[in-house]
Design a binder for this molecule. Structure first.
Ligand code: FO1
Length: 392
């Protein structure tokens, strides 16, 4: 079995860690007792490969280094080197270089005090930037970095082209200063009385507080999928959409037209896990991003963003009555309507690795159920307008 997944940062990475744990366990419990494995209970369809297509629209160039937060979150988390408490970067990190950089740049009047690159993490960005400066691709850099981490998946950037999410805000809400990110991709995004902020500046520096008038995944419209991405999605037996941010993470991956086209074309069941539980994002500030698109923070509204690609939708029991879609009458099934994906309920708060493994197993079970039913006709023919509007 070949599994392909799209991913953002921490939410996607933790789901994927659960997926690998679930795949490492026998599918059913032996009748001979805990720990024993009956030959007939071993999963008859072993997993050949898991390919992860990572979001690169959060990427930012700082101090001349290309930083790829979402690819790194997946790589560190699956490679056992992430700082799980903080949610990003390396475990056991220090910040001596950042401190010294701060002293140099404060003297120049441009303190970069809102985005910290740790000492260990810096090595990752140096290696990546060196590959890129030598004319290599982000795919090649990612492959090289993953050789050190052995994440247990094939990690691919969504594209080798430069794509960056920018958030257009009211100019009166944010004063420009020397610590702002400058990016050539911001050109032309802001109209009169507006300012385009690099996503990291809006998210990390301003905590997503300045209301977003628009969110633009700049460069996506002209970008092509990185080598292997289309093949992984069209050749997969199952495609999973983890509980990542549906706008700036999975929305950005799907903003690359060839990626969305591959998902629309794949014969594999596409199953998503809701990032919204009880009307609130499970982590991060996804509600601020959804608001910019005019989309309510509900599991049903997020499913609508994926309506042209989604066959199965895992929601929390708290959201099941309102989740829409089609139920199949199975245990834990929360759907009721006629159209849309097959909806199933499963507690989605991912507090422990065991929760992540259980949720991943439930998503694979739902994919299996989708496979036995003919649900592809429930997908919509056109790309949902709110997601289409992200492409710039
Ligand atoms: O809130 C922060 N998030 C930081 N993040 C997290 C991050 O940029 C965002 O949370 C994600 O991009 C959103 O998915 C980093 C990620 C990296 O890979 C490398 C460095 C950082 C630094 C910060 C930081 O200083 N503050």
């Amino acid at each position: 079995m070949r599994i392909a997944a799209l991913s953002g940062g921490v939410g996607g990475a933790r789901f994927l860690r659960g997926l690998l744990a679930a795949l490492a366990q026998p599918a059913r419990t032996s009748t001979r007792g805990p720990g024993a494995v009956d030959p007939e209970t071993v999963d008859p369809d072993p997993v050949d490969e898991v390919v992860v297509v990572g979001n690169t629209a959060d990427d930012v160039t700082l101090h001349g280094l290309r930083v790829c937060p979402d690819l790194d979150s997946v790589m560190y988390t699956l490679g056992g080197g992430s700082d799980d408490e903080r949610g990003w970067g390396r475990a056991g990190e220090s910040s001596a270089v950042a401190g010294e950089l701060g002293r140099y740049l404060a003297a120049a009047g441009t303190p970069p005090d809102w985005f910290t690159l740790g000492d260990l993490d810096l090595a990752t960005h140096v290696v990546r930037s060196r590959v890129l400066a030598d004319g290599g691709t982000l795919t090649a850099a990612t492959e090289l970095l993953c050789r050190r981490w052995s994440p247990g998946v094939r990690l691919l950037p969504m594209t080798d082209d430069r794509v960056e999410t920018h958030v257009v805000v009211d100019a009166a809400d944010v004063e420009p200063d020397g610590a702002s990110v400058r990016s050539p991709l911001a050109a032309g995004l802001a109209g009169p009385g507006e300012r385009a902020l690099h996503f990291q500046e809006w998210w990390v520096r301003h905590h997503a507080r300045p209301p977003a008038r628009r969110i633009a995944v700049a460069g996506a419209g002209a970008a092509t999928p990185a080598p292997g991405v289309v093949e992984a999605l069209t050749g997969a037996d199952v495609v999973l959409l983890p509980p990542s941010n549906p706008v700036v993470s999975l929305g950005a991956v799907l903003a690359v037209p060839g990626v969305r086209a591959a998902l629309r074309a794949t014969a594999a069941p596409v199953v998503g896990v809701s990032p919204v539980v009880g009307g609130a994002p499970v982590r991060g500030m996804a509600d601020a991003c959804l608001r910019a698109l005019g989309v309510p923070t509900t599991a049903a509204a997020v499913a609508e963003l994926y309506a042209d690609v989604l066959d199965g939708w895992l929601v929390d029991p708290a959201d099941a009555p309102a989740a829409g879609g089609a139920g199949d009458g199975g245990a834990g099934d929360g759907g009721a309507g006629d159209g849309g994906p097959l909806v199933r309920a499963e507690p989605l708060l991912m507090t422990t690795p065991a929760d992540a493994a259980r949720i991943a197993r439930a998503s694979l079970d739902l994919a299996e159920r989708v496979r036995t039913l003919d649900l592809r006709s429930r997908r919509t023919a056109s790309v949902p307008a709110a997601h289409a509007a992200l492409v710039a």
